[in-house]
Design a binder for this molecule. Structure first.
Ligand code: SF4
Length: 651
């Protein structure tokens, strides 16, 4: 049997293990991406490991999440990041230059390479044939230091595309259709590899919309083969020499196959408040819309804003609907402006934001209470917009613009019929991508700092003690299914400005679930957490493991864990134990839970089944699914302490 494209790239980069699904493998990383929310910790950990120079082919530090400067903390962080990039040898993308995935796609993403990024939407360049995986910041620091990245070998699923998209259906509808079919857990432990005759009809920007949002399926990564579209896109970027032909073997052996006939697709929309709550737009027509935003790393490219501009040419937005364009990169913004489209959009009533994540994480453009917002983003978790009672829908730029024109949700096909002169703008690539990157992207050889600059809000990275023989504590919080990293550490500006100050940030741990939690954890000197399915879904934010660790949480008992968060729990020395539904139902918040064994010894010896005793009254089984390496992290008090010990002993 031949190899899938994923297996071929992994094989080329393999340093440890075998490509058997479920087995842990170690791979060499070519490119690394980090952003400002996660980046400060990445570099503080890089420093704590006594590393002095980036060893990967390329590393890039972006400033995109916290670009609005509310006070000195964000500016201090950005200056620290610029100094870290200069000191250690990474490219530095200045605040306002754009969202990491968009800028990386425009400047660095290349077929056949491996990439690791401290952001969950890192798989975006899979649309160009790069195998890109999201990971926690500590994994990034170690990879930048030349260490291998360890991950469970995923299953490779063939997503076979047939036909061509009909009018008004878009790449966003392809991924929304997959979310409708597979749910937010449908891609867990998998790489989605796109094949079939439908692939060649999709341009690279359309492909990256699909690979970006594969993250919402829980997939480890998503990837397309390369072809004339890839070559064409790279050549318009002036990077044709980076084209490499990467293909699966004709007889590649896939774990599963999903067929999507593009010609069957129609405009779709994800209703509040989960990306998989997908229905045809026609099913929700008529809902009044207060706000429309086009942007984010999913649909913030030039090719996403241009259709909106064409649809609005000579028209106005509805007087009750505010429309905002938040470009994914400054280059896209600049091109739109140079071609006159910015003026067209402004004349139609559209407002512009700087190129940033912004509204995607509730920073700016927070919807009014109990209002409806249509966004072209990838996530609509409750409260992510910055207000708890939000009603955020996810859709394509075409559906969003149609709603801005009509003031209510409308299928653009129906709006076109109503207006008589509205045509599907389709997708159009510029002859040549031009823009500001030269002034806004500083390569390591032009670094402006050669020493770290730390402001008063930048603290040290806390370390955990090695694992002891006992885990015994109160179930401090019992949570439902699908708790996101946004629930654990909210990504809003007023909280995330403390991202480099763990003592202060920890006060907000799980505050969206229970605002007494952090204080109770401090008073109790720690304890345990209990959760349902898919605990820790969402971003790669390692603060969501670091802050509970700092508060003394020793173990999380959950029915299942999201991949990156589980890795982060190991990295910070918190034991992730799986329990069945019956045990979950039986445990009450406030129960005393004891793990009945010498925990350190059991973990070191490879024990998988653990007995937990609840209130000294009843017992149940909990499972530790961990590799040898992950067990060593737990024993040593986390990956940072473990790696430091290895460095110090010279091993
Ligand atoms: Fe930024 Fe939102 Fe994309 Fe995350 S999902 S990188 S917050 S735009």
């Amino acid at each position: 049997m031949g190899q899938t494209l994923t297996e071929k790239i992994l094989d080329d980069h393999l340093v440890e293990g075998e490509l058997t699904p479920g087995e842990e493998i170690g791979i060499e990383i070519d490119q690394v991406l980090t952003q400002d929310t996660t980046g400060t910790l990445v570099w503080l950990q890089f420093e704590a490991l006594d590393l002095d120079e980036v060893q990967t082919e390329l590393a890039a530090q972006y400033c995109d999440h916290q670009t609005f400067q509310f006070d000195f903390k964000n500016t201090d962080d950005h200056r620290f990041l610029r100094s870290a990039a200069g000191t250690f040898g990474a490219h530095f993308s200045r605040p306002g230059n754009g969202i990491c995935h968009n800028v990386h796609k425009e400047n660095f993403a290349a077929p056949g390479k491996t990439m690791l990024g401290s952001d969950s939407h890192t798989p975006t360049p899979g649309g160009l044939g790069e195998l890109a995986i999201g990971a926690g910041g500590l994994d990034i620091a170690v990879a930048m230091g030349g260490g291998a990245y360890y991950v469970e070998m995923p299953e490779v699923v063939n997503v076979r595309l047939e036909g061509e998209l009909p009018a008004w259906a878009t790449a966003k509808d392809v991924i929304l259709e997959l979310l409708r079919r597979l749910s937010v857990k449908g891609g867990v432990g998998k790489v989605l590899e796109y094949t079939g005759p439908g692939v060649e009809s999709l341009t690279v920007p359309e492909r990256t919309t699909i690979t970006n949002m594969g993250t919402e399926l829980g997939a480890t990564s998503s990837i397309f083969p390369t072809d004339d579209q890839t070559r064409d896109y790279l050549s318009r970027l002036g990077r044709e020499d980076e084209y490499v032909d990467v293909q699966p073997d004709e007889d590649a052996d896939y774990a599963d196959e999903i067929v999507v006939d593009l010609s069957d697709l129609e405009p779709l929309i994800a209703q509040p408040s989960m990306p998989d709550n997908v229905v045809p737009v026609r099913e929700v027509e008529g809902v009044d819309v207060d706000q429309v935003i086009i942007g984010s790393c999913t649909n913030g490219a030039y090719e996403d804003m241009l259709p909106a501009a064409k649809m609005l040419e000579g028209r106005n937005t509805d007087k009750t609907t505010d429309m905002i364009v938040q470009p994914g990169s400054k280059q896209a913004s600049e091109m739109l402006a140079r071609e006159g489209w910015t003026a067209e959009l402004m004349a139609a009533g559209v407002n512009f934001s700087e190129a940033t994540c912004g509204a995607c994480i509730g920073i700016g453009h927070v919807p009014a209470s109990d209002s409806v917002s249509l966004r072209t983003f990838n996530r609509n978790f409750e409260g992510r917009s910055g207000i708890e009672d939000d009603n955020v829908y996810l859709c394509s730029p075409e559906v969003a613009t149609a709603a801005a024109i009509k003031g209510e949700i409308v299928d653009p096909r129906d709006l076109a019929e109503e207006l008589g002169d509205l045509e599907d703008p389709g997708i159009e690539l510029p002859d040549e991508y031009i823009g500001s990157s030269e002034s806004d992207l500083i390569p390591p050889e032009e670094a402006v700092d050669d020493d770290l600059i730390k402001g008063p809000n930048i603290g040290d990275v806390p370390l955990k003690e090695p694992l002891g023989s006992e885990i015994d504590g109160e179930a401090l919080l019992k949570m439902e299914d699908n708790i996101t990293t946004d629930h654990i550490i909210p990504a809003t500006a007023d909280i995330l400005k403390f991202r480099s100050n763990i003592d202060k940030l920890s006060d907000f741990t799980l505050s969206r679930v229970d605002d007494t939690f952090a204080q109770r954890a401090r008073n109790n000197d720690g304890g345990l957490l209990v959760a349902g399915e898919n605990y820790g879904q969402g971003s790669s934010r390692e603060h969501a493991a670091l802050c509970p660790m700092y508060l003394g949480i020793d173990a999380v008992l959950a029915q299942s864990f999201a991949r990156i968060h589980k890795a982060n729990l190991f990295n910070f020395g918190i034991v992730p134990l799986e329990i069945d539904e019956e045990t979950y139902e039986q445990i009450e918040q406030g129960d005393d839970i004891e793990i009945v064994t010498d925990v350190a010894e059991a973990i070191a010896s490879g024990q998988e089944e653990f007995t937990i005793r609840v209130n000294d009254d009843w017992e149940a089984t909990a499972i530790l699914d961990a590799s040898e390496r992950e067990r060593r992290f737990l024993a040593d008090g986390g990956k940072l302490t473990h790696t430091k010990q290895q460095h110090d002993s010279g091993s």
